[in-house]
Design a protein around this ligand. Structure first.
Ligand code: BES
Ligand code: ZN
Ligand code: ZN
Length: 496
């Protein structure tokens, strides 16, 4: 879909459909639509008096009958005017383009509404919502579903320059999210650690990011015994993906390091999952995908800030060579770990990546992972859990979560939880035998591998998939985390 900003009057423009966004207020107050209503000989006022009130998710279609070059208008509701957020715009834009697509309309023009946000933010939200809402995983069907693609999306505004900025940002953010969705939706016989690495490499090359892919030999040289233990039962070798964004002027800046869990399939290993429990586990690399997506956004937009992305990638399989419960392994910081459950594998490969992060003397490290089913029990599928050693970092992630509607909710790392992972045969064990506070136990395990002041762990297991409840989040891999992490980084630039 080509996106253009056009500095024109909506009444002079020709497209298959013109989108008009309207908040839930009386017609008399919809001042920005009054001039167009004149041109349309009162048609808008008529719709408002009967079929349409601007409520969330509401749409109304009307025909212009020769009064405009464009033959159709689609009115789209934004909901309450008071406190209207970017998310209301994202949702409405997604609803609108989905409707246009079902009607096989290939050229959409959207009049940029004035709802109290800046022109750039408004354009960003509309483009982001539209592109996120149009995403579909096409899969490998021999006869692909027939859907008519929208070829052109025009943003109509008098302030073309500001709108263009917003379009560029919205497009990068949506592309990064859709990339993460695509990687997570890809079946695990295709999306192996090597494939994930090759896709990260492809993204990096397109964006002028520095990329290094460490293979088994190099991972062995780094003594990443925890990552190697997880990987040892699979025919697919592990990869350690390193993405570095250090634009000019930031060479000496302490970077933000983003770490994402890249388990390309989680059978549970010998602590085998049930058949049903395994079904979503091709998406167990969603944290890694979120980091790849966020690095896309940051580098595409050339943000002036140093950010490093690390993705330890492996399959967790059953095999004669696979690691087994009660094995004792050694992580790259020398700590020994007794394996209680081979299904608590995410924390193992993250441990080695968190140790690796120290070499950057990071200003902050954020890991994101589909780590525990327990976080889903605690928080449901509404927010991800966040655990942190730094209150300002937690606060910033919460703010970024509100702005993007990729929310995080703080959960505790009480020191008492460390007792639950004390081992008789090693420095610590990878899971507790007591069935309590599972998400916190995962976090406290990771804390043993941190050697820098500011660290946050995001457990996104509950946010891995979306059920299609939000118009811009179609069913399947959610792409959660890309927008959250990108927004977090963006705010760090602004606040410097
Ligand atoms: N990948 C799973 C967590 C998960 C579950 C993600 C459901 C998304 C949806 C993780 O590796 C896992 O299996 N965790 C165990 C930890 C336990 C053995 C301590 C779990 O949650 O049961
Ligand atoms: Zn597992
Ligand atoms: Zn897992």
């Amino acid at each position: 879909m080509k996106i253009h900003v056009v500095a024109t009057d909506a009444s002079a423009y020709n497209a298959s459909v013109l989108l008009l966004f309207a908040p839930h207020i009386a017609w008399s107050e919809q001042l920005s639509l009054h001039p167009l209503n004149e041109v349309l000989q009162g048609a808008l006022a008529e719709v408002f008096s009967s079929d349409f009130a601007g409520k969330t998710g509401e749409t109304a279609l009307l025909y212009t009958r020769g009064t405009l070059p464009t033959t159709r208008i689609l009115l789209v509701g934004l909901g309450q005017r008071q406190g209207l957020t970017a998310d209301a715009l994202r949702r409405a834009a997604a609803v609108a383009v989905q409707k246009a697509r079902t009607m096989s309309l290939t050229h959409v023009a959207a009049l940029l509404p004035d709802v109290g946000l800046s022109v750039s933010d408004t354009a960003e939200a509309i483009v982001e919502g539209a592109l996120l809402g149009l995403y579909r995983y096409q899969g490998l069907k021999s006869t692909p579903d027939t859907i008519t693609a929208i070829e052109q999306f025009d943003v109509l505004t008098k302030e073309a320059e500001a709108a263009s900025d917003g379009v560029r940002i919205g497009q990068a953010i949506a592309d990064g999210t859709n990339l993460a969705r695509e990687l997570a939706n890809t079946p695990p016989n295709i999306c192996t650690p090597d494939y994930l690495a090759s896709q990260a490499e492809k993204m990096a090359k397109a964006n002028d990011l520095t990329v290094s892919i460490l293979k088994r030999k190099q991972i062995e040289a780094l003594k990443m015994g925890a990552l190697l233990a997880v990987a040892q039962g699979s025919a697919n070798p592990p990869r350690f993906i390193i993405l570095e964004h250090r634009p000019e002027g930031t060479e000496n800046q302490a970077p933000i390091v983003l770490v994402g869990k890249g388990v390309t399939f989680d059978t549970g290993g010998y602590s085998l999952k049930t058949g049903e429990g395994m079904l979503g586990m091709k998406m167990d690399m969603s944290g890694g995908a979120a980091v790849i997506g966020a690095m896309h956004v940051i580098s595409r937009l050339e943000w002036p800030i140093a950010v490093v992305g690390l993705i330890p990638a492996a399959d967790n399989m059953v095999d004669e060579r696979a690691y087994q419960p009660t094995d004792v392994i050694t992580a790259s910081n020398g700590k020994t770990i007794e394996i209680i459950s081979t299904d608590a594998e995410g924390r193992l490969l993250l441990a080695d990546a968190l140790v690796y992060a120290k070499r950057y003397t990071p200003v902050a490290v954020i890991d994101i992972a589909t780590l525990t089913g327990a976080v889903l029990t605690a928080l449901g599928n509404v927010a991800a859990g966040v655990f942190s050693t730094d209150a300002a970092l937690t606060h910033d992630l919460q703010q970024a979560g509100e702005a993007t509607y990729e929310r995080v909710w703080e959960l505790p790392m009480h020191p008492e939880f460390q007792k639950l992972i004390e081992s008789d045969s090693a420095d610590l064990k990878n899971s507790s035998t007591a069935k309590m506070a599972g998400a916190s136990v995962g976090a406290i395990f990771l804390k043993n591998f941190i050697d820098y002041p500011a660290w946050a762990h995001i457990d996104m297991a509950g946010k891995m998939t979306s059920e299609g409840d939000l118009p811009y989040a179609p069913k399947g891999a959610s792409g959660y985390g890309v927008r959250l992490l990108a927004e977090f980084v963006r705010r760090r630039i602004k606040s410097e």
